[in-house]
Write a protein that binds this ligand. Structure first.
Ligand code: 2AL
Length: 248
């Protein structure tokens, strides 16, 4: 099984971190290909960053279709371009926020999210509402760390995530913590130990959900709104999207 793991931001170090965490948790028959868009923001921490990154995600899906991918993961906690990506393939496409929410809801009745910057909390809150998990989530908390601090100032960033996780445990009445950034993919064990609650991390959760769907021979439904987009002309720098047809 070929699993294309798309880091929607363009920081190669983070793509490597995410790819290694996914590879460690993957089943023996799962081959992880960690990729990132050729162009776009180096980190995603605003609505604008997300909108730009979502186009790069679609280009990575189209590359995966040419390459024979069996499943895809969108490894940014805003799940940028998720439904659009599903339109482009029959394979399963899983966002790490939705993967983490699903997994957390299976092991707890209430969880809190610990994400990066406070300004991105609204992105997770919108997804919780859209996916039907608002009732399961007590609070979206922010450690107030820029995404790239996870790469560049790892120790200080982890300390802040642990502090926020401990506050969540003490104040939120929860059973689990969800880590709210792809760049946290390698921190699960350390934060679980420090906080003393089950910690659900989206990249690893998504790997296991993708393996389950492929094992069940379930792919994205092509009946209804997730059908392939109607082929049409695209102009200018999006000309390469013109006349898109399903991969053979
Ligand atoms: C993210 C993420 O997962 N990757 C990125 O660049 N921005 N989202 C977040 N809330 O930190």
């Amino acid at each position: 099984m070929q699993l294309r793991l798309i880091n929607p931001n363009t920081t190669a170090g983070m793509t490597a971190t995410i790819g290694e965490a996914a590879t460690r948790i993957a089943a023996p028959g799962t081959h992880i290909i960690a990729t990132q868009p050729a162009a776009g923001p180096v980190s995603i921490e605003s609505h604008f960053d997300e909108a730009v990154a979502a186009v790069g995600v679609q280009e990575e899906i189209l590359a995966g279709e040419r390459d024979g991918a069996d499943a895809y993961i969108i490894a940014c906690f805003g799940d940028p371009g998720l439904l659009a990506a599903r339109e482009l393939t029959r394979a399963p496409v899983i966002g790490i926020a939705e993967a983490a929410f699903h997994m957390a809801s299976l092991i707890s009745t209430r969880f809190s999210v610990v994400t990066t910057l406070g300004r991105t909390a609204i992105i997770a809150e919108h997804l919780l509402a859209q996916y039907g998990f608002a009732h399961h989530c007590r609070r979206v908390r922010a450690a107030e760390i820029p995404v790239l601090d996870l790469e560049e100032d790892g120790e200080a960033a982890v300390a802040r995530i642990i502090d926020e996780g401990r506050r969540a445990k003490a104040e939120d009445g929860i059973g689990a913590i969800v880590l709210g950034c792809g760049g946290m993919a390698d921190l699960t064990a350390e934060i679980t130990e420090a906080v003393g609650l089950p910690v659900v991390e989206g990249v690893t959760a998504a790997v296991k959900l993708a393996e389950a769907l492929v094992g069940l021979r379930l792919g994205t439904s092509k009946h209804g709104d997730l059908a392939f987009p109607r082929p049409k002309a695209f102009t200018g720098r999006f000309e390469h999207f013109s006349g898109l047809t399903p991969a053979a």
